[in-house]
Every structure is written in C-alpha cells, then in structure tokens.
Design a protein around this ligand. Structure first.
Ligand SMILES: [Mg+2]
Length: 413
C-alpha cells in the first residue's frame, strides 16, 4: 500500500459565541485544516490541524513530492523525513506531522479492520471523561445569546453544561479580567457545584507573585490543578514551591526535551498531552509512558478540535493507563461538525471511544463543502486580537485586563 495523494481543505465552523482568552479571542468560529491522505488501494485517511488558508494548504501540497509513493505504515520513517528534530529550526512541521500521522493511522486501521486504539495497545476504557470548558464569552452578535461575563452568567453557564452533558469537572479559562475578579468567579463556581472538581487556566499571563497569591487563595477548593499560571518552567518551579495545588501545563512541556528538564527539576505535576502540539497520537503515548515512570499526572489537552481531532483525543485517552484527569475539549462550544452523523454526543460527562476501523469517523462531504465555502467567504480571524480592543496586546506578565463591566457586543462573523 502506498500514499497516492494528499489533499487539504480549510473550513470554518461556527461556535455558540466568541470565546475570550488571555491573548485575544476565538471570534465566533474555529478555522481548521482537514487533511485527506489517499492510498493506491483507494483508502482515505483523515487528519486535522488548527488554522488554515492558502499557506496551510500549500504546506500539505508541497509534501506530496516527499510522501507520495511511501508506505503509510512507516510512520516513524515519515517523522524523520518531514520533521527531523535536528532540522526543526528550518522546518518546524510538528503540527503538520501530527495531521499526517492521524491520517496514516486512520488508513492502517481501515486496512487492518481495527480501531486506532487497537494499534496503540488496545483500549483500557470504552469512554473518556471530559471536563466542561468554561470560557468568558462575548455575546453571539447575531442574537446576543451566550454571553459569559458576569459571575452569575458563569455559574448558570456551568450549571447548564452540567445539565446538558453531565460534566462533573469544570475548567475556567481566565487571564481575561483582573485576577481578583477571576478568583471571585472561580470560587463562586466551586461554591455553586459543591460535589464537583475544578481547574483554572490563565494561559501563563500572570507574574509569579500573582500566581502564588491566586494559588494560595484556592487551596481550600477541590482543585484538579492550576494550569499554566506563569510562563516558563522557572516561574512554575517558584510557584510550585509556595502553593499546595498541583500545577499543570500544556505550554512549557510540549516535547521530550522539556519533559526531561521537568523530570530533572520538577516545575509541573500534570502534563497535558495534545495530539497536535506533540506531533501525533503516538508521541503522546510515548510521553505518557515517561510521565507514568516518573509518577507525573497526565491529562488530554484540547487545542480547539473538530470531530477528527476529537477522535484522536479519544483513542489517546482510551489507551493511557494513568489518565489521571478528565480530558479537555472545546467541542461543546461548536454548533456543528464536519463528520458523518454530526457532533459526537457527550453523556454523563464522557464520550464513547470510536470502535469503527481507523479513527472511526468519516467525512460528511456536504458539511465539508458548506464550511469550506464559509471559510472562503469569511477568511481567517486573528486569534491573538480582541475584536473590541483593537490596539490592545497582552503583556507577559500582563496588567492590561479587560473590564468586566463592559457589556459591548463585537461586530464579528
Ligand atoms: Mg492551557
């Protein structure tokens, strides 16, 4: 079996409402690149990558001269062909490799008649638990629905997610408003849902002193962990020395060099594995083995997925013995998906691991065409800009917070 063609299509899929974060905003939709790898036997494997547009599609087109004719089973060979670590200063293709790895594993599963989880060691669980991913959100500009700005709105949003999906753990994405306001919001969540657990992530925009202040102020709550309160392993180590809450990261331990540094001089208790940022599902399984050896906690990170990437997260979550925490997913903010059957369903706070051959998801061609057309109409949005603060950029550490009393509605599509 040989790779015969590689195709990439950019899509944009609407969210319930724009999601605010420390560096800007998801302006009411995600932009993703859907990758199809076709073999000479007629199988099509699916991959997905964040962002898109002509430049992303061109990257995949350009790799055809390297990969057409290769055996999709030789995934380790492909890693060195297109993402050799010693060439990464010139060719940083980690996320591209990840999308192609997903597609090759999907092909192999289809060819062998087994789900990807069986190729990775076999599933240990049939469902993967997820956390509610609570963002501060601007209102949807079309109908003004979905705003999460006040503490009351946050609490009722979390209650609604618990009702709809059965979540029992909640992640609050902070770093948007002044830390004192976000502390009050986080404490109000914990008070409103006394049987559940919580995690907070300000995307590394605080000073170490601010991180310590916040960490100490939440020590009495049922925290899973405090995620990336500061930027850099040195700041994480200083914070960790002074608080009694586990620290997690998806930012400063995203490769094996950094994982080794963290083992030698620990600043992070829980490593959040992202199938895209680490360069594929298999790299995450390897990293999980290292974490297990050194008794570090493991989580599954979300970088804003549609159904294909969600399937990679489910297969990963299914095969890691020491998955200590509910996984993260932006998925419940989406209004639609590009896979057959529409969005995967989440019940009792968990999603079923696909059991069909390969990744177990198939492209809905009509949806792909619809959201690729929508992308052509709307184009990209700047992830690191806030639509209502045009001249603004966050500092690290930041002191340029948004105003929680400002109820403006952004004019975005
Ligand atoms: Mg994070």
């Amino acid at each position: 079996m040989k790779i015969a063609d590689i195709r990439a299509t950019t899509v944009t899929v609407p969210l319930e409402a724009p999601l605010r974060h420390a560096n800007g905003c998801h302006w009411g939709r995600f932009v993703r690149t859907i990758v199809e790898v076709e073999t000479d036997t007629g199988l099509v494997g699916l991959g997905e990558m964040g962002g898109g547009g002509e430049s992303a599609e061109a990257v995949f087109r350009a790799l055809k001269s390297t990969l057409v004719g290769c055996d999709p089973a030789r995934i380790e060979e492909m890693r060195f062909r297109i993402a050799n670590p010693s060439a990464s200063l010139y060719n940083n293709r980690t996320q591209v490799l990840a999308a192609l790895e997903f597609a090759c594993l999907d092909i192999l599963g289809q060819a062998w008649g087994v789900p990807v989880s069986e190729i990775l060691g076999g599933r240990l669980r049939d469902r993967v638990r997820f956390a509610a991913y609570c963002f501060f959100r601007y209102p949807n500009p079309k109908d003004r629905s979905g705003e999460v700005r006040t503490i009351d709105q946050l609490v009722s949003h979390a209650r609604d997610l618990r009702e709809r999906f059965g979540f029992r753990t909640y992640k609050l994405k902070g770093g948007v408003f002044p830390p004192g306001y976000e502390l009050a919001a986080y404490r109000a969540l914990a008070e409103a849902l006394p049987e559940d657990t919580f995690r907070f992530d300000p995307n590394a925009v605080w000073s170490t002193e601010q991180a310590i202040r916040f960490g100490r102020a939440i020590e009495d709550l049922p925290n899973d962990y405090l995620e990336d309160p500061v930027y850099g392993l040195a700041g994480m180590r200083r914070t960790r020395e002074k608080i009694r809450v586990p620290l997690a990261t998806n930012t400063v331990v995203v490769n094996f060099e950094q994982l080794a540094a963290n083992v030698r001089d620990t600043g992070v208790d829980v490593v959040l594995l992202d199938t895209t940022f680490w360069g594929g599902i298999r790299q995450c399984v390897k990293a999980a083995g290292v974490c297990e050896t050194f008794q570090l906690g493991i989580g599954v990170h979300s970088s804003g997925e549609l159904g294909i990437q969600l399937a990679t997260m489910l297969h990963l979550g299914a095969v890691i013995p020491g998955l200590s925490f509910a996984a993260d997913a932006h998925y419940h903010h989406l209004k639609d998906d590009i896979i057959e059957g529409g969005r995967m369903s989440c019940t009792d706070g968990s999603i079923r691991v696909p059991t069909g051959p390969g990744l177990g998801v198939r492209l809905d061609r009509r949806k792909l065409a619809e959201y690729s057309e929508l992308y052509r109409e709307l184009g990209d949005y700047p992830y690191d800009r806030d639509p209502l603060r045009p001249g603004w950029a966050a500092l690290v550490p930041n002191d340029r917070w948004a105003d929680p009393d400002d109820a403006s509605v952004p004019d975005v599509r």
